[in-house]
Design a protein around this ligand. Structure first.
Ligand code: MG
Length: 158
């Protein structure tokens, strides 16, 4: 049996915060606001994996109301979610994600993000695809207000 899951996340961008995507710190004048470290890519991927296994979503395991997860390393959260999918009897086939933001340009960082995510998911790099898009200046991802990520995951019953 193969199953597919989808994830989405968006956060505000603000000064005085680090921009962390897939566990990689991206040099930029603004960063992602969030209860955790605000890693939209890690959050979208976690939701895609949990969704594929019908295991709920990130917030059901790491609620924002819990101070324990304040400034949490989202790659630890992603690794934990991947572990839950494994415990439920599934292997990760592949994941594919798109980060949407006008600035900064993410092209030079995509390969680092890919390796970082593959490591967190305990899969080979070729099972992970990370892409970046601008939104042509439109909307909250185009005017510098925020950043968004979309992800899909395919899992297989072991
Ligand atoms: Mg989030």
């Amino acid at each position: 049996m193969i199953r597919v899951g989808h994830g989405f996340d968006a956060h505000r961008l603000a000064g005085g915060r680090k921009l962390i995507l897939g566990g990689v710190v991206i040099p930029y004048e603004k960063g992602s606001l969030g209860h955790s470290d605000g890693d939209v890519l890690a959050h979208a991927l976690a939701d895609a994996l949990l969704g594929a296994a019908s295991l709920g979503d990130l917030g059901s395991y790491f609620p924002e109301s819990d101070p324990q997860w304040r400034d949490a390393d989202s790659m630890v959260l992603l690794r934990t979610c991947a572990g839950k999918v494994g415990e439920a009897g599934f292997a990760i086939g592949n994941v594919d994600a798109t980060v949407v933001v006008q600035q900064p340009r993410l092209g030079p960082h995509l390969e680092s993000m890919r390796r970082s995510i593959a490591s967190a998911l305990a899969v080979t790099d070729e099972r992970v695809s990370i892409k970046a898009k601008s939104s042509d200046g439109m909307g909250y991802t185009g005017d510098g207000t925020g950043i968004a990520a979309y992800a899909v995951a395919l899992i297989e019953r072991i």
